[in-house]
Ligand binder design. Structure first.
Ligand code: C2O
Ligand code: CU
Ligand code: CU
Length: 493
C-alpha cells in the first residue's frame, strides 16, 4: 500500500477498514487486473431503436444478467434486453410511452426516465416503486404536446443500488424528436459509460472509499465499445446525441479538427446553435451536437477535469494530484475518420419555430426562495461514523418530504456546496433554469436537469413547478453519493 493510502486509512479509522475499503485514491488502475486488453478500433455500433407509431410506444424492458459483449469481449454484466446500452426509445411530443419492466435480476430495481417532463405519480416516473426479483411493473409516461425535443435517458433508481446497477450496464437513450427534423446527413447516439471488469468478466464490487469518492471505471465505453472508430465524408453535417451515463466521471469532451455546434444541453435548446470547443458533461448531462465534418482523423477525447477530492475532508494533507491519475492526459473515446469527396457546405439550419421556448424565469415572480446545501464530510470521525452525504444536513428518507412546493409556482433555489468535491445536482420532472453560476448572472436562458455545483461553490436556479403534482426527488448525480443519502424528497401540491 502506498504511503498516501496508508495515511488515508488512518484518517478514516476503523470504519473504513471494517467496510473493506482498499483505501486507494484513484485506485482503479492500480487494481491488479489480469484481463486481456479491451478490443479497440471496432466500427462504432448503434443501440437498437424502438420508435413510436400513432402516438404510442409499447416496450418490454427486461433487466437481466447476461453474457454481453463489452469492449469487444464477453462479459457477465447487466443489460436491458441483453444489451448495453439498452434499446433507444424514439418518441414524439404528446406520445404515450408504455414500458413493462421485467426484473430478472437477483435484487430489486425500478425505472426512471431521466429528464422527461412527465408525472411522477402512480405508474408514471415514480422512483418510489420497487420491482422485486421475478416481478414486473407497467409504467405509463404521458408526454405533454409541447414536451421539449431532445436527448433523455433511462436507468434504474432503486435507492441504494443505483450506482451498482448503472455501473453494471443498465441504461439506455430516449430521444424526443423535433416536430420538423433538422437537415443532417447522419444522426448518431453516443452513450458514454464506464465500468471495471475482473479477470472473469464480472463487474467488480467497489470499496466504500470508491463509493465516497464516486467510482470511476477502468473501461471508458461508447455504446459499450472501447475506442471504436467510425467514418464520414467531409462537408457533411451530422447530429450527435451524447449522454454521460457514467456513475461519477465528468466528461470534458473535445473533437479537435472538427467543427462542433451545441444545439442544447439536457432538455434545453439554444435559440441558435453555439460553436463549441469543449463539451462539459457532468454525470447525467446530455449534449445535442451538430458536427460539420472536415477531412482528417479526429479523436473524441475526454480531457482531465478536477472535480476535487475528499482530501480536505480527511484533514490528511495533500490529496491526489491530477498527475496521480491515469486519465490525467485525457482519454481517447472514439476516432472519427473523415475522407472522400467533399460535399458543398450544408444549407443553413432553419430557425427554430417561435413559441417553443419555455418561459424565461429571469423576470418571473418568485413564490419562494430556498437554500439547498450539499454536504459530504460532516459528521465523520465520531464513533467510527463514515462521511455523511446529505442535503440540508439530512440523509435521504423516502418517508419524509423535505421540500413542499405549491403547484404552479416559480421558486429560486440557491444550491451551495461547502465540500471539497463537486456535486452535480439533479431535479426530476421540472427543468431548472440556471440564473447565476460562479457568482455571475447567466445572461441568456439556459435550461438543465443536472447542474454542477463546484466544490466550495454555489449556483442559483429557478424552477416553474407546473403541469404535474406529486412526490419526486432531487439528488447528487454522482450515483454513489445518491445511494449514500445525498437525495431529498420534493412534493408539489
Ligand atoms: Cu438520472 Cu434521479 O436520476
Ligand atoms: Cu433523473
Ligand atoms: Cu455528490
Amino acid at each position: 500500500m502506498s504511503r498516501r493510502g496508508a495515511l488515508l486509512l488512518g484518517g478514516l479509522g476503523a470504519a473504513a477498514t471494517a467496510a473493506g475499503g482498499a483505501g486507494l485514491w484513484w485506485s482503479l488502475a492500480s487494481r491488479s487486473s489480469p484481463r486481456t486488453a479491451p478490443v479497440t478500433g471496432a466500427e462504432l455500433s448503434q443501440p437498437s431503436e424502438l420508435r413510436s407509431t400513432g402516438g404510442r410506444l409499447e416496450v418490454r424492458l427486461e433487466a437481466a444478467a447476461a453474457p454481453i459483449e463489452l469492449a469487444g469481449q464477453q462479459a457477465r454484466t447487466l443489460g436491458y434486453n441483453g444489451g448495453t446500452p439498452g434499446p433507444t426509445l424514439r418518441l414524439r411530443q404528446g406520445d404515450v410511452l408504455g414500458v413493462r419492466l421485467v426484473n430478472s435480476l437477483e435484487q430489486p430495481t425500478n425505472l426512471h426516465v431521466h429528464g422527461l417532463h412527465v408525472s411522477p405519480e402512480g405508474s408514471g416516473d415514480n422512483v418510489f416503486v420497487v420491482v422485486n426479483p421475478g416481478a414486473a411493473h407497467d409504467y405509463e409516461y404521458r408526454l405533454p404536446p409541447n414536451h421539449p425535443p431532445g436527448v433523455y435517458w433511462y436507468h434504474p433508481h432503486h435507492h441504494g443500488m443505483v450506482a451498482d446497477q448503472v455501473f453494471a450496464g443498465l441504461f439506455g437513450a430516449i430521444i424526443v424528436e423535433d416536430p420538423e427534423p433538422l437537415p443532417v446527413s447522419t444522426e448518431r447516439i453516443l452513450v458514454i459509460s464506464d465500468t471495471t471488469l475482473d479477470g472473469g468478466g464480472n463487474v467488480v464490487r467497489v470499496s466504500q472509499m470508491e463509493r465516497m469518492l464516486g467510482r470511476e471505471g477502468e473501461l471508458l465505453l461508447v455504446n459499450g465499445q472501447s475506442s471504436p472508430e467510425f467514418s464520414a465524408m467531409p462537408g457533411r453535417r451530422e447530429r450527435w446525441r451524447i449522454i454521460n451515463a457514467c456513475v461519477a466521471r465528468y466528461l470534458s469532451l473535445r473533437l479537435d479538427g472538427q467543427q462542433l455546434q451545441l444545439l442544447g444541453m439536457d432538455s434545453g435548446r439554444f435559440r441558435t446553435p453555439e460553436n463549441a470547443e469543449e463539451l462539459f458533461l457532468a454525470p447525467g448531462n446530455r449534449a445535442d451536437v451538430l458536427v460539420t465534418t472536415a477531412a482528417g482523423n479526429s479523436v473524441l477525447r475526454a480531457a482531465y477535469y478536477d472535480r476535487g477530492s475528499m482530501a480536505g475532508m480527511m484533514g490528511q494533507g495533500p490529496g491526489p494530484r491530477p498527475s496521480d491519475r491515469p486519465a490525467a492526459a485525457g482519454a481517447a473515446l472514439a476516432t472519427l475518420r473523415v475522407a472522400g469527396s467533399a460535399a458543398p457546405p450544408p444549407s443553413p439550419l432553419p430557425p427554430l419555430p417561435a413559441g417553443r421556448d419555455p418561459d424565461d424565469l429571469r423576470t418571473a415572480v418568485m413564490a419562494a426562495r430556498r437554500q439547498l446545501t450539499l454536504s459530504s464530510g460532516a459528521g465523520m470521525g465520531m464513533g467510527g461514523a463514515m462521511m455523511g452525504f446529505t442535503i440540508n444536513g439530512r440523509e435521504f428518507s423516502a418517508a419524509r418530504t423535505d421540500t413542499a412546493v405549491a403547484a404552479g409556482s416559480v421558486e429560486e433555489w440557491t444550491l451551495t456546496n461547502p465540500s471539497p468535491m463537486d456535486h452535480p445536482f439533479h431535479l426530476h420532472v421540472w427543468p431548472m433554469q440556471v440564473i447565476e453560476e460562479g457568482g455571475r448572472a447567466v445572461d441568456r436562458p439556459e435550461w438543465r436537469d443536472v447542474v454542477n455545483v463546484p466544490a466550495q461553490g454555489r449556483v442559483k436556479v429557478r424552477v416553474a413547478f407546473k403541469d404535474f403534482t406529486g412526490r419526486s426527488v432531487y439528488h447528487c448525480h454522482i450515483l454513489d453519493h445518491e445511494d449514500l443519502g445525498m437525495m431529498g424528497v420534493i412534493e408539489v401540491r
